[in-house]
Design a protein around this ligand. Structure first.
Ligand code: CTP
Ligand code: MG
Length: 230
């Protein structure tokens, strides 16, 4: 089986949620958000190792919490950078030599499921690079200063989620080519480097905790253990 590593991006400040500690460390349904997220990869048979990027200063606390909870696949806890891209890059440099496929996932998406990870892995093995995304459901408006400038046909528009991933060699090359240029996700980086990126239908429940109201929704869904049925 191809050795697959996961990079968990957990080094953000969570400014839009605006809580005292970053959103990925808030406790929801009995455990911090990033623990819920990690558990999905820890318990997935296709994943062999995990590297997690955390905000500078959180390394010790996170490492000891993982030891206490008995996580076995987390190979390293690294300190992240100022941007998501910098955090992922740092983690990528710290994957073990044998890892050939890499998934990147936002710690702030605790509702990722085994099914989604398995579907992405299958596509990745075949195609080399892929991301989860969901088709836009609503009509899209381009708005400036509170007024509609125009309506954008939603045909062909998809919203990117994580996990996303690629062959390690592709992702490393994409990071090298990006240099100082900033991209918002790995798929954009891979596209810019000229690699074809496939889309796997994502899951609307796999939303990212971005604003305070998302915490409530995530808490309800985690409490219901909704993923067990996914
Ligand atoms: N992330 C990261 N390193 C950064 C910035 C973000 O690892 N320098 C991670 C976040 O921890 C999160 C994921 O990338 O799990 C998605 O980013 P986002 O939702 O934007 O989180 P934050 O940047 O923390 O939030 P905000 O933009 O509101 O400050
Ligand atoms: Mg951010």
């Amino acid at each position: 089986m191809v050795k697959t590593g996961v990079i968990l991006a957990a080094a953000g400040r969570g400014e839009r949620v605006g809580s005292e500690i970053p959103k990925q460390f808030l406790k929801l349904a009995g455990a911090p958000v990033f623990i819920h997220t990690l558990s999905v990869f820890e318990s997935h048979p296709g994943i062999s190792e995990i590297v997690i990027a955390v905000p500078p200063g959180w390394e010790e606390e996170v490492a000891s919490s993982l030891r206490r909870r008995g996580f076995r696949k987390v190979a390293r806890v690294v300190s992240g950078g100022n941007t998501r891209q910098a955090s992922v890059k740092r983690a990528l440099e710290n994957l073990s030599p044998g890892v050939e496929l890499v998934l990147v996932h936002d710690a702030a998406r605790p509702l990722v499921s085994h099914t989604l990870v398995s579907q992405l892995l299958r596509t990745l093995e075949r195609e080399g690079a892929a991301l989860c995304a969901v088709p836009v459901r609503d009509t899209v408006k381009l708005v400036r200063s509170g007024r509609v400038e125009r309506t954008i046909p939603r045909e062909g528009l998809w919203l990117a989620q994580t996990p996303q991933g690629a062959r390690r060699a592709w992702l490393e090359e994409a990071y090298r080519k990006a240099g100082e240029r900033e991209f918002t996700d790995e798929a954009a980086l891979l596209e810019a480097a000229g690699f074809p990126v496939c889309v796997v239908p994502g899951d609307p429940l796999n939303f990212k905790i971005t604003y305070p109201e998302d915490l409530k929704l995530a808490e309800v869904l985690l409490t219901l253990d909704i993923r067990r049925n996914l």
